[in-house]
Design a protein around this ligand. Sequence first.
Ligand code: COS
Length: 386
Amino acid sequence: MALDPETFYLLKDSVQRFVRERLVPAENTVEEMDEVPSDIVDDMKELGLFGLSIPEEYGGIGLSMEQECEVAFELGQTALAFRSVVGTNVGIGSQGILMDGTAEQKEEYLPRIASGDLIISFALTEPNAGSDAAALQTRGVRDGEDYLISGSKRFITNAPRAGAFTLMARTEGPGAGGISAFIVPSHLQGITLGKADKKMGQRGTKTCDVNLDNVRVSAANIIGGVPGKGFKTAMKVLDRGRLHVSALACGMAHRILQESIAYAQQRKQFGQRIGDFQLVQAMLADSQAEFLAAWSMAKSVAQRYDAKPFGVTDPEVSMQASCTKLFTTEMVGRVADRGVQIHGGAGYINEYKVERFYRDVRLLRLYEGTSQIQQLIIGKYLMRQA
Ligand code: COS
């Protein structure tokens, strides 16, 4: 699946213009209001951003992983809250249905996800199951043609906006093989949302707990119709999500670098521009070199992801996706840190964008698998290969 190069070029051009002319000027509003303005969300729908990764037959744009990364890179160059509005529809919310769902599930849900009329969240994490996702405790107990689902999900991105959840629950017993993935409409009786999380950064993104108390969900809502496959679906979704997050990290690194260069060009100390000092140039150079390495890596691994059959796991590609998530998100942390350093005291002041971006990028090393989880996946693969 991929968009033809000419149409993709036009799409990318529109996204670049949208970021420059609509999103960057609204960054302060998002920070102050802790909300993405609804007219911007409408424009995102119009541009097709909710359906980037969904095939054309279901009303999406049908980008390849590499093309999706290129768009994520552009969206990464502004407040990450904008991307978060479409993020779960493009990635972790929809992809399980696309990869493993039945024909009926795809037809029922994907068109509305692609248009943005239905916001879908991914509900895996729980209070007692974060990195150890296979230990999740939310239960689905069979009751005739339905399951009764009870438990708590934590830090669920877009939950306050969601019309449905791709939700993992234990139906078959202990361990990874006991988990099933359900499509759970958010209006069902027994679902309540926790209070909005107050976060370090990424203001304008919406996360909260999702509590389920005997929520009656039809067995027909198990993704793919077969119980016990949910953990693998979740892992496949995360492989893809990790590449998307990598591209986002690279986009943000590029933006922070541009902010740092601009500041180094205009700020004068000791009678000259600080950018003329070699110690400042060294920081810029390190950031540029690391950004280039990271972005080259992300594009290259995305190409490898595209080269395998869709929805089929290649453990080598999964390992490479983890390498990419690890490297790119750690990289943007260093670039943001240097960005603040180059700005000096001004970098600690909220008026300058690097202060905000420094806080925003911290999350990239945590969600969709911490850096340590990526290391474990890589290490385990290497040991198994040997
Ligand atoms: N694609 C498909 N299947 C996968 C897979 C992948 N990328 N990774 C693992 N699996 C399969 C394994 O093959 C195994 O199947 P079998 O039992 O048939 O062999 C099963 O899933 C269990 O795998 P494993 O034994 O490796 O599971 P672990 O419990 O050891 O943990 C980690 C795996 C730690 C990698 C997983 O729990 C993880 O990714 N944790 C982080 C969760 C996360 O990213 N959360 C972020 C919040 S969601 S935004």
